[in-house]
Every structure is written in C-alpha cells, then in structure tokens.
Design a protein. Sequence first.
Length: 289
Amino acid sequence: MTIELGQLAASQSRMIPPHVVADSAILGRIGTLVTRLAAGPSEVRAAQRVRHNVFVEEFGARMTPASASTGYDVDSFDTYCDHLLVLDTSLGGDAEDQIVGTYRLLRQSVAKSHHGFYSTSEFGVADMIARHPQKRFLELGRSCVLPPYRTKRTVELLWQGIWAYALEHGIDVMFGCASFGGCRPEAHALALSFLHHSAAAQGEWAVSALPELYRKMDLMPVEAIRPREALAALPPLVKGYLRLGARFGDGAVIDRAFGTTDVMVVLPRAAISPRYVNYYRADASRFCG
C-alpha cells in the first residue's frame, strides 16, 4: 500500500466511477446483511469513511495532512474502481449509515484506461499479466470490515459479491496485496516462511516484489516450520485466500504509510477449490435468495 494517499477531490462526482448506477443490484444476502456495489457518490464516500475508521483510527495508518483532516481514506484509484459493500439493513438511517464492510475492485480493462493497477507500486505484476494476454484480471484491494462485523458470515458475503462480480465480468484471475500488521517481516517469520515454502506462485503465475522494495520471506528453514502453527499465525484474510486456492508472490514489501508488511496474492479462477465453487455455486446464487 505504498502509493501516496491523495487529497479529497474537489467534488464528490470526481470520486465516483462513471459507470456506477443508481440502483445497484443485491449480489447476496445473509439475514440482515446484504452485499452489492456502491450505488452512487454518497455511498462511495461512506465507504471511504469506513476505511478511514479502520485503517487510520484503528490501525494507525498515516495519511497526508489534508486527507487526514477530512476523516476519509481517499486516493486517486477511487475515481474509477467499483466499490463492493456489505450493509447491515437492521441499522437505522440511510444506506450510507449501514455500510459495515467494503472491498475495492479494479478490472483490467478499466485499469488500462486510467492509471493502471494499484499494486504495481509494490510488485511486478505487469510481467505476470503479460504472460496471459487472453485472460482478464481483477485487482482486489482496500478490504476492511468494522470490528463488530468481523465474522464468518460477513466474509462469506464479501466473497459472494466478489464471485458474482467475477462471473458477471468474465474474470479469469484475481490478485492484490494482502497485509500483515507491522513493518518488521521478522515478526511474521513463521507465517511468511510457510507461504514461501508451501504456497508460492510459480511458473506462469510467478510474481515478485519490486527489487528496490524486496524483503525476503524465506526467514526459516522448511524443516523448522510446523504447518498448524503457521496457519494459526496467518491473518484471517490471508488464510481465507489460501483456503480458496491462492498462491503468493516472492518477497514482501514494507508499507510504512499503512504500517504493514504486504504480500502479493494470485488467485486464478481455475485454481479456486471446487469445494468453494460448489458452496457459492457456479452461478453465484448461494446467498442470492
């Protein structure tokens, strides 16, 4: 997450992808929770407020003074990304008051028309993408959920929304940065070494941290790694990616602005575990009732 956080745009309309529609269809529902894309400028702005609450107020991310004073986490990519939301409809107020989780989605076709992908500031994803000219890529990022909602069903709804979105747009590969807390990779030696030895993206899916940012993940010999302990040491999001079938790039990157150690996640749709495809259903109808 090393890219500099931008100042708020002069007008709300500039922060919103032009293809956002007023009535965004519900992609999934569990109880009072629903997932869908942001339906307009005010909902994107509300999602940016949730991101600020999590990244800045809870985890201490550093922002530019102008951005920090607004109470919103904003960067230039927000203007053309889609914003996946989870809302708790049991909360009072408008939809903007009901947002409890969000994910930012950036399709390859959209990235090509603007500033490219966010994660190119940390990882050499361009080489990986160039090896697959016939495939469609989707970058996942800026994921966060408010503390009371960090539960299994919220995560399930987020993935329901991502899966439905990927099917709708014919996405072949999902990728993006995932984070470990803190700027010392050594503090995560067990988990990072496990990913390096047991879940490395190889061959046609190989991707590395940029040379000037590269920090080694191979911090422990393979014989010293106890898989069960390593799995327990993984952040929930990283563990979730791993269970889906994701693989991880070579090298970590320290993001001092966000106070994290980032790794690259690569998840070809064809590699997703059949168990999860069956769970969410091939047509993404699992939670759409």
